[in-house]
Design a protein. Structure first.
Length: 412
């Protein structure tokens, strides 16, 4: 009894079961990327670039859904044609390759109306991969592939007439697309002026497509070994599938990172702005007696708008009471202490607001009779609020300003 031959199927069976379970992880990641992008794609459907991103992610999801062994068996069963899932999956893969190239051409071109070079490249890509897809189906129907293979079709039929040519054709077409896409991505990553989140997204995409080259190398090596009469099928069943899964997750991350990063950065800016306005908001709220009504369902953006509006409304009410001389003296003092002009203006504004709210007569006469211009304060509420959060600086400027006033001789 050949013990080695009896034990050989065990690793293959184990790898097959592991792959059957693992295949749905990249599918879920790709679906998550599609779900994140879908609202933007639907909202801006007329944008061809966004449609291309949505289509590419949809194709990537379809590839991983139909490449799962359970799905392969289902497709073969409902059609009644053994292994017909192979040209179907390869066709989806060719469409994905073409979509990747078309997306990058449009992405790099960056214009609403594609240039002549981009239009020419698009025609070549569409025509080339459409021709490859037709050839795949022709080769499949010319071949004799009656034995269903769910995990090792590429190596099992590597030496079979027409099936072997079909397998080589899809691998070559996939490798060409991956090489071109990788080259374009890495050239783009080195460009200056890229947004940090876009750069990280491109790096993830580049890594994902680089792993696709590993996938192709493993497949080619296993197929070439069959031609040479050797058995390296483990490269096809044990190396290529997990590499493809990891590649898919990196590609999905490449599309998620720019969108998610920009979203998180926008949220961070809004919350930071809310935090910066808090000192001035609390000061004006104390003078007003109440603040912005609390709304649990309000978004951070809406809370920021309401807080800014409340502060500006209160400053407009206080504007007739502003002491312009105090503002100018405070500004001169702050500048004399070494503060930059913008910081000196913010400190002067903060001291002016504090001075108004500290006057006992203010409550009795909210209207006032001054003619002070509050435009400067209204434009710099964030800086003024930040200055209010530095009581040591305010105290130093206030003290110096008061000393300056006392040192001025009074002539009767």
């Amino acid at each position: 009894m050949n013990i080695a031959g009896a034990l050989a199927p065990a690793p293959a069976a184990f790898l097959g079961e592991l792959y059957d379970s693992f295949i749905w992880i990249p599918t879920a990641v790709l679906l998550a990327a599609l779900a994140i992008k879908a609202p933007t794609v639907l909202r801006l459907w007329k944008e061809p670039l966004l449609r291309a991103v949505g289509g590419l992610l949809l194709l990537a999801c379809a590839v991983f859904v139909f490449v799962a062994p359970a799905t392969i068996a289902w497709v073969n069963r409902i059609t009644g044609v053994p292994n017909i899932a192979a040209p179907w999956v390869y066709s989806l893969l060719m469409a994905f390759c073409a979509a990747c190239l078309l997306l990058l051409f449009a992405w790099r071109d960056g214009t609403a109306e594609p240039s002549a070079a981009v239009r020419s490249a698009r025609r070549w890509v569409i025509g080339g991969y459409a021709g490859v897809t037709v050839a795949l189906w022709v080769l499949f129907f010319l071949a004799d592939a009656d034995v269903e293979r769910l995990h090792d079709l590429d190596t099992y039929y590597a030496t079979t007439p027409f099936m072997g040519q079909m397998i080589v054709l899809y691998l070559v077409a996939h490798s060409v697309a991956v090489l071109i896409t990788s080259r374009l991505l890495w050239n783009w990553v080195r460009a200056d002026g890229l947004d940090i989140w876009l750069r990280w997204g491109l790096l993830a995409l580049g890594a994902g497509y680089a792993l696709n080259l590993v996938f192709d190398a493993a497949k080619f090596t296993a197929v070439a070994a069959r031609w040479a009469g050797r058995d390296l099928d483990w490269l096809n069943t044990g190396v290529a599938p997990p590499v493809a899964c990891l590649s898919a997750m990196l590609i999905a991350a490449g599309f998620i990172l720019p969108h998610s990063g920009q979203y998180l950065r926008g949220r961070w800016r809004v919350r930071r702005a809310l935090h910066e306005l808090r000192p001035l908001y609390l000061l004006t709220r104390a003078a007003h007696g109440s603040g912005v009504p609390v709304s649990l369902g309000a978004s951070p953006e809406l809370r920021l708008i309401r807080r800014e509006t409340f502060i500006r409304d209160q400053l407009l009410l206080l504007a007739p009471h502003f002491d312009e001389d105090l503002w100018q003296r405070s500004y001169d003092t702050a500048s004399g202490l070494g503060l930059e002009p913008a910081a000196a203006r913010a400190v002067a504004g903060a001291l002016t607001v504090q001075d108004v709210l500290a006057r006992p007569a203010l409550a009795a006469d909210r209207a006032g009779d001054g003619e002070a211009d509050a435009t400067r304060l209204l434009q710099e509420i964030a800086a003024v609020s930040t200055a209010l959060g530095r009581p040591d600086v305010l105290a130093a400027v206030r003290s110096r300003t008061a000393d300056t006033v006392r040192s001025v001789p009074v002539h009767e």
